[in-house]
Design a protein around this ligand. Structure first.
Ligand SMILES: Nc1nc2c(ncn2[C@@H]2O[C@H](COP(=O)(O)OP(=O)(O)O)[C@@H](O)[C@H]2O)c(=O)[nH]1
Ligand SMILES: [Mg+2]
Length: 270
């Protein structure tokens, strides 16, 4: 029995969304430091544990600049299984607006209160909890401190309980701590496998060489490695038909996850 689901992490900027994703995935994904399609796009982290595969999507977050336009940031939301709404010690107008938007979607919302180290005593949390409880029928309200790793495992466990049955979308050798470029390359490889069926060995490699994020588009350059000339011909297809098809669907696949227009350049090397 397999379980597969997509979880989106939403909330105000700076509440600790990316920190939480990093804790789930166990490694610093190149989130803020590297300029690889990350500052204005979603970040994907793939979590594998036994028969569970969970795709976490970290959004840039809501602030003054995008407050009127956040449905754009939540483009993917109709396809997710769980919404993780992250907040901190204070419920602000941002949280109010985000929740009002989310409410209409009829999805499972898990509320995470992060940075509970800002509460002097645990008991100070109680009035806040009852306030939040009245806001909406969240499936759970989970206080955590991502920075100190406290309650992260409990939160993961709760998430597991809500993941539907389903076959994993990504090959199981992807372990939890893969680089972002690797995940992008998997999104490309998935389409190669799909369109080439059994004509190519399952081991075909894809490497994302560079990514360059511009205001409205993300350029991604990747190389598909094949064994010999005949394999190369297969991948290219008649008049480039197949490589164009791979490119088209791989682009859609990446755009879906990172929520941004993608210009994908694919090159084939022996
Ligand atoms: N005190 C405290 N700081 C935290 C905690 N979790 C994250 N932070 C810090 O909050 C800041 C914003 O975190 P980040 O994950 O980038 O927020 P994002 O904008 O929501 O993705 C960083 O400096 C984190 O180190 C926490 O549990 N306690
Ligand atoms: Mg972030």
């Amino acid at each position: 029995m397999y379980y597969y689901g997509i979880v989106i992490i939403v909330g105000r900027v700076n509440v600790g969304k990316s920190t939480i994703l990093n804790k789930f995935i166990n490694k610093k994904l190149s989130i803020t430091s590297h300029k690889i399609c990350t500052t204005r796009t979603n970040i994907i982290g793939i979590y594998n544990n036994n028969n569970y595969q969970i795709v976490f999507i970290d959004t840039p977050g809501i602030n003054n600049k995008n407050i009127n336009n956040f449905s754009k940031q939540y483009n993917i939301i109709s396809n997710v299984d769980i919404i993780l709404l992250v907040i901190n010690k204070y419920w602000t107008k941002y949280e109010e607006l985000i929740l009002n938007y989310l409410k209409k979607l009829n999805k499972l919302i898990l509320l995470v209160i992060n940075k509970i180290d800002f509460f002097k005593q645990r008991s100070d949390l109680l009035p806040y909890l009852s306030f939040l409880d009245k806001k909406y029928s969240f499936s759970n309200i989970v206080p955590i401190c991502a920075k100190k790793n406290s309650n992260i495992n409990m939160l993961l466990k709760i998430i597991h309980n809500h993941i539907p049955r389903g076959k994993p979308k990504f090959p199981d050798y992807i372990i939890t701590n893969q680089s972002y470029k690797f995940i992008l390359s998997e999104l490309i490889r998935e389409k190669i496998i799909k369109f080439l069926n059994k004509e190519l060995p399952y081991t075909t490699k894809v490497r994302v060489i560079s990514t360059n994020e511009l205001k409205n588009i993300c350029n991604i350059f990747a190389i598909i490695y094949v064994k010999n000339n005949s394999q190369k011909k297969i991948v290219i297809g008649n008049n480039g038909f197949l490589i164009k098809k791979i490119n088209f669907y791989a682009t859609k696949n990446i755009e879906f996850f990172i929520n941004k227009k993608v210009n994908l350049i694919l090159s084939i090397k022996i």
